[in-house]
Every structure is written in C-alpha cells, then in structure tokens.
Design a protein around this ligand. Structure first.
Ligand code: GLN
Length: 487
C-alpha cells in the first residue's frame, strides 16, 4: 500500500518501528499532491523544503513521541511561524506568521510536522470554500461539487489522501460539515478545550480548533495532543484532559443515545434521512439504548447564530486596516481613505456582508432588538441541551441536510448557503462538542456516490463519549475503507 493511504495510527506504527522515515512519508505525500492537487486544489501553499528540513532534523526521541514524524495539514487560519497566513483573503496576502499558534507548538512538541496551508472560506465565513480568494476546493468524490466549508481544504486533502490528518476550525459547523461532505471524521471539541491562541478570530465565543482525519482513533490521537489549558487564551478551560485512547473500545452497550425529533425536518434529503436512520438502528443493534428527545429551540439556532457570529466578526475584523497586517492600497489620499480602500479591495463580498450585518445588530437602537435577543435565545439553546443530557449520554443527528452540492449552486443565495449548517450550529451556540463520521453514501453526483455524515453530539468536555460511540460505529462498519473517485 502507498504510504499516503495510511491512517495516522498506521503510519505511527511504521515510523516508531523504523519501517519508514519521516522524509519518505513526505516524499510519498508530495507525489500524491502532485497527482491530485490540479483537480482538488485543497492547499493555498505548501513549503516542502522547510517540512523536509524539519523531518530530517527529527531525533530518535522525537520519533518515539505520539505524533513523531507525522505531517499535519493546517487550515490557513492558524499561525505557523515563518509560513504565510492568509485566511484565504486578499487582505492578508503577503502576511507571514511571526509565531506559532498554541496548537502548532503542541503538535511540534509531540513530534509532528505542520505541512501546507489548507484552503478555506475567507476568514472561515462560508459552507462551501467558494468564498476563498484562492478559488474553490473541489470535492474528491465529485470534483464538480463543493467540499463543504469553511474547512473545505482540510477535509478534501484528508479525503483525497493528500494529508494523513488535518486541523480545521469550527465556528458553526466548519469542521463537521466538510468532514461529512468529504467522507472523513471531524471533531469539534468543547468550547475552551483547545486554545485559540494563534487562531485568527472569526467569532471568539464560538470558534474552536479540531482535527479532521480518516478514522475516529486518529482524531482521538490529535485531540490528546492539542487539548488542554493555555494561559494565553482567557477562555481556555482548566478542566483536566482525560486519556482519550483508553476508553475508545468500550463499545456502546449501556449508553443511552438521544434522537431529537427537530433534526428530521422538512428539507432534509430523503436519502440522507434513510442513511442516518440506518446508522441509528445499527448503534441500537450494537447495544445502545435509543431514546426520543426534544430540543425545542432548534428552530431558532440558525437565526440567532447569524446575529451573534457577524456581531463578533465585525469587531474582530476591525484590525484589518492595512496598517499592521498584510496588504495596503498604495494610493490612499489620507489615513481614513487608506483604511476604507484597503478594506474595500481586500475583503470579499461575504466578509463585507457579515461586517455590515454585525455592525447593524450592535448599533444603538438595534442592539436590544437583535443582539441581546439572540444572546437570550442562545441561553435557551444551551438549556435544551442540558435537559436532553438528563435523558441520554449523547445525541445522534445528521451532520448536514443534503450531500455535497454543485459548485456555484448556492453562491447567489446566502440564505440557502447558511442552511447547510442548520444541524451543526446549535452545538457551537451551546459550547458543547460534536463529531461527524462517515455513515454511508447517497446515490447522487457524477459517480453515483456522495458521502453522508452522522453527527454525534456530547456534553461539555465529554469528547471521550463521542469518540467511544464513533469508534464502535466505525469499527463495525466498512465505510472508512471507501476511497473517492480521485484515488
Ligand atoms: N458556515 C458557517 C458560517 O458561514 C460556519 C462557519 C464556521 O464554522 N467557521 O458562518
């Protein structure tokens, strides 16, 4: 088997026993990237030379570490010292990170090599990776379709075996939704579980970094390394990090899994619904007890998210004015003119829409009617989940209402695009954790096969249960063995 087809767990075994060297792994990935990248376009940039030098410098002690010699693709929104950081935006063209994000420090300390800048929707705003100044990424299962977003590059590169594993960020679904549409595993940890230091902020009360991988165990291994308190992020949690691998194979017997009626709504693709219901039945056959639950405020999650997230974004993006970061127009008449024209030229239309929306809902006279009310709804959503978790250990839902749609299909209609996240957003609003994993294929698309994802939602800081349920499902089914058409 070619090395690039390896999982993280499989590759580690080979590296630890010296069957392969880290530079051989990089050479294999380079070959793969050269073969498929022209049709996938998952990366904005890859610095092979630096990665190779880092791989060659790894000592035998480094190779004994949990991620020793493993290249990890990084969404172009996290700082890697000396590498470009663009957030797929024109405004950050030419910007080079002066330091490593906390997650990158942790990856390096575990022996990993950050490799490549994965494409994304500009500033992580979007659900299809079409809002990228670098052009869209293509879905490896059907290159005429979107890979999901905003971490579309991270999902596509893992799915197309251009990367062993990747990091993404999830503000409203941006890890889970592309993972579902590309047929890989994606984990959004609990808010505060992973430090946001060195992650370019979109909506600071919602953003969280997490892994995209080929298997559940691989996500557990990455989470183990990146989780934990960091004094440089005020919202980072002091909660101890459990051993995510030790409980992985406990199975689902004795677990209660809730199925919320509000997630099987009008608008869900009938094939997706059938596949999810089959997955739920499968977990029941494995010994889980399936219970009906209700999350009554689900309907308001999308609307309140699209007030809270743009409000925070409008404040966070104020720092991009051409003075401290990236590009600046040369012919500004004065300082205000320079700010305005830099932002006008530098930001794409979705980013501008969010800034205008966010500024509006925060403005005096509208604050109470929109922002404050959305925050109240957020409390109700959080309460729904706490009540539900009184009846079950984890919750099962579809990750997305439909499989991957065609490139260009929703770009003219922001509302249709926003609906792609209808099942993932509430998890961010509640600050809890969610995992998406492959659970079947819809007979749609160019090759008659488009991946569908099952979402498992967990209590705050209970990623271990998500991984346990995910592992039980994954290891008793064959979906993880399927490869996309581009393979
Ligand atoms: N698609 C959602 C948005 O556009 C979520 C994005 C994300 O999670 N970063 O805001």
């Amino acid at each position: 088997m070619e090395l690039f087809f390896e999982t993280l767990t499989g590759l580690r075994e080979k590296l630890a026993t010296k069957k392969v060297s880290p530079t051989e792994v990089l050479d294999a990935l380079k070959k793969r990237v050269e073969a498929v990248e022209p049709s996938i376009r998952a990366f904005n940039h890859i610095d092979w030379e630096t990665a190779r030098a880092e791989a060659a410098a790894l000592t035998p002690e480094d190779l004994a570490k949990p991620l020793g010699g493993v290249p990890v693709a990084i969404k172009d929104v996290m700082a890697v010292k000396g590498q470009p950081l663009t957030c797929s935006s024109r405004i950050l063209k030419g910007f080079v990170s002066p330091y490593d994000a906390c997650v990158i420090e942790k990856l390096r300390a575990a022996g990993a090599i950050p490799l490549g800048r994965a494409n994304m929707d500009e500033f992580a705003m979007g659900s299809s990776t079409e809002n990228s100044a670098d052009g869209p990424t293509h879905n490896p299962w059907d290159t005429g379709r979107i890979p999901g977003g905003s971490s579309g590059g991270s999902a596509a590169c893992v799915s197309a075996d251009e990367a062993i594993v990747a990091l993404g960020s999830d503000t409203g679904g941006s890890i889970r939704q592309p993972a579902a549409l590309c047929g890989c595993v994606g984990l959004k940890p609990t808010y505060g579980r992973v430090s946001r230091y060195g992650l370019v902020a979109f909506a600071s009360s919602l953003d969280q970094i997490g892994p995209l991988s080929k298997t559940v165990e691989d996500s557990a291994r990455i989470l183990q390394v990146i989780a934990g308190h960091d004094a440089r992020d005020n919202t980072s949690a002091a909660e101890p990090v459990p051993d995510y691998l030790s409980g992985l194979n406990q199975g689902v017997k004795g677990l209660k899994l809730g199925v919320p009626k509000e997630y099987f709504i009008h608008g869900i693709d009938p094939e997706v619904e059938k596949i999810i219901r089959d997955a739920i039945q499968h977990l029941s056959d494995l010994g889980a007890e399936i219970v009906d639950i209700s999350l009554p405020h689900t309907n308001y999650a999308l609307a309140s998210y699209y007030i809270v997230a743009p409000a925070e974004a409008s404040a966070n993006l104020a720092r991009f004015d051409g003075v401290r970061y990236g590009a600046r127009v040369k012919d500004g008449k004065d300082v205000i003119d320079t700010y305005c024209r830099t932002r006008e030229k530098g930001f794409g239309s979705e980013v501008k829409r969010r800034i205008i929306l966010g500024t509006y809902v925060l403005s005096s006279g509208y604050y109470d009617a929109y922002y404050l009310r959305a925050q109240k709804v957020r409390t109700l959503i959080r309460r729904d989940f706490s009540e539900a978790f009184g009846k079950c250990d984890a919750i099962l839902t579809p990750t997305t209402p439909t499989p991957a749609f065609k490139i260009g299909e929703k770009t003219e209609d922001p509302m249709q695009m926003y609906l792609a996240d209808v099942f993932t957003i509430a998890v961010n609003m509640a600050g809890i954790c969610g995992l998406s994993l492959p659970c079947g294929f819809a007979a749609q698309g160019k090759h008659g096969r488009l991946p569908v994802g099952l979402q498992i939602i967990g209590k705050a800081f209970d990623e271990a249960t998500l991984l346990r349920v995910g592992q039980a499902y994954e290891q008793s089914t064959e979906w993880r063995k399927e490869r996309p058409a581009c393979a």
